[in-house]
Ligand binder design. Structure first.
Ligand code: F6R
Length: 248
């Protein structure tokens, strides 16, 4: 569904601006995009901005998000290298260069579609609990919980970075549309807090309630704690019906 939405948007706008996430959640979407390219879909005018990257990992490090994106998407589609952007994580004057990253997004006309996953603690990007809801791209220290969740990717001799650069919550909220996916029981509390909880920096994804065009794509396990599940199902059916009748 998410890949289909991206591909529909691409058909309408060949120079689509995509905000991209890493982690296990979006892998299937990237697989479908790669398959679409093999079947002739052109990505040569697409511009991409990734949400986050670890500080201090070189691009060819298997745990870096640049490596992840090459492996799962960029090696399989024809987005030109010059159109691919990551938050700055090496060299000097990161604060200034984070500002330039934000400016680059604006120069491209803003992000059309932002893909998101969600952390068990409700983080989006690496905006950990208590991140300012007005935050912009910046350096962020990861919480113990996030470090624990990602420790599985590191060998016993590898040092896991504890600091990253991430788009801010306000950066994410600037996107024209946001598609958040969540799978599995471990995310059920975070999904509940994001959708039905009060807006709070303690659950960063709850800031999405401020966004006029966000869709959550969740499986039964991640949806388990939603109190209005039946209503959301009816909304989904009604929207599908309106779409089929050409009303949307
Ligand atoms: C990744 C990112 C994170 C992940 C989140 C969920 O670029 O920004 O917010 O989306 O940690 O990770 P997974 O998908 O591995 O459960």
């Amino acid at each position: 569904m998410v890949a289909a939405r991206i591909l529909r948007a691409l058909a309408k706008k060949p120079d689509l601006v995509l905000g991209l996430a890493t982690g296990s959640t979006p892998i299937k979407v990237y697989e479908r995009m790669v398959r679409a390219h093999r079947n002739g879909i052109d990505f040569s005018r697409v511009r991409t901005f990734n949400l986050d990257e670890y500080l201090g990992l070189p691009a060819d490090h298997p745990q870096s998000y640049r490596y992840f994106m090459r492996k799962h998407l960029f090696d399989g589609v024809n987005v030109p290298d010059d159109n691919i952007h990551f938050p700055p994580t090496d060299g000097s004057d990161l604060t200034k260069r984070c500002g330039e990253f934000e400016q680059k997004i604006r120069d491209c006309g803003g992000i059309d579609i932002q893909l998101l996953g969600i952390g068990r603690n409700g983080h989006i990007g690496f905006n950990e609990p208590t991140s300012s809801l007005a935050s912009r791209t910046r350096i962020k220290t990861l919480t113990e919980r996030t470090l624990e969740d990602n420790a599985r990717f590191y060998g016993p001799d590898e040092t896991q970075p504890e600091v990253a650069v991430t788009m801010g919550i306000a950066t994410i909220l600037d996107a024209r549309s946001i598609l958040l996916q969540s799978f599995g029981t471990a995310k059920a509390n975070a999904v509940h807090a994001a959708i039905e909880g009060p807006i709070s920096s303690f659950w960063p994804a709850s800031a999405l309630q401020y966004h006029a065009n966000t869709t959550f794509y969740v499986d039964e396990e991640s949806a388990a704690r939603l109190t209005m599940r039946e209503y959301y199902r009816r909304v989904q059916r009604a929207e599908a019906d309106s779409e089929a009748r050409g009303l949307m």
